[in-house]
Design a protein around this ligand. Structure first.
Ligand SMILES: [Fe+2]
Length: 245
């Protein structure tokens, strides 16, 4: 399988805890290409007051990475966004274009502190939605409040939130409990995107094949394609992603 779209990656060099150099970025791009990924959204961390990269600098790095991807193949597409750490003024930062949505669309990739309570999460999402954004919860398998009560994921989806899982969590690289939770969400079709959340070229590299092979074998190629490509394509176009299928 190929043609995957990775909506969550830390491939821009020297900006967050992701790629530490252009050399690492090039290695990550090569791995991604070999894994069948044909489009990536670079989503460096954005955290109010802690990690706010000026847009000019972000664009400069982005152009460098686009040029490197083009050297691998002229069809290799890179887009820009942020992984946004939830904070009180996040919508204002987005409106002011200090923080970035995915490819300039209404879709935003949002993360929380792993210990965030469920009610705090709901309130933060509600405020972002009221500002016109469509939040995607990054690596949903990482939040204790959801792992301990998985019906909350159903509630989130019913309230218009989209769910992203990391490929490594589905394949079991992040422990048994995480894998169980992630696979259970897959089984109940409570996942909209799988993505790499790649940070480097070794321990957290951009892997897709193994995860996709699992989903395809267990649930068929249509489901795998929806989670690894089709829904992400809709995001890039700012088109609606169905909550339930
Ligand atoms: Fe991330």
């Amino acid at each position: 399988m190929e043609g995957f779209i990775d909506i969550h990656s830390h491939i821009l060099p020297g900006i967050d805890d992701g790629s530490d150099s252009l050399e690492t970025t090039i290695e990550m791009l090569q791995i991604a290409w070999e894994e069948g990924i044909r489009t990536m959204i670079a989503t460096p961390h954005y955290r109010e007051g802690r990690l706010e990269t000026p847009t000019e600098h972000l664009l400069e790095l982005y152009r460098q990475v686009v040029a490197e991807a083009q050297k691998i193949d002229s069809s290799f597409q890179i887009y820009l966004g942020n992984e946004l750490y939830s904070s009180y003024n996040l919508a204002e930062h987005l409106d002011a274009e200090r923080a970035h949505s995915l490819n300039g669309t209404r879709y935003i990739l949002v993360e929380f502190s792993p210990s965030k309570t469920y009610s705090e999460m709901r309130m933060a999402f509600r405020s972002l939605q009221m500002s016109g954004y469509r939040p995607i919860l990054a690596h949903a398998e990482r939040y204790e409040c959801l792992v301990e009560e998985s019906s909350r994921v159903t509630e989130l989806i019913n309230s218009g939130i989209y769910i992203q899982l990391n490929t490594s969590s589905i394949t079991g690289d992040n422990g048994f409990r995480t894998r169980m939770f992630a696979r259970n969400l897959l089984k109940h079709e409570e996942v909209h995107f799988v993505a790499t959340d790649a940070h480097n070229s070794d321990s957290r590299s951009p892997r897709f094949q193994k995860c996709m092979a699992y989903i395809e074998k267990k649930y068929g190629s249509k489901y795998a394609d929806r989670l690894g490509r089709e829904n992400a394509l809709r995001v890039l176009k700012d088109a609606p992603v169905k909550s339930w299928w």
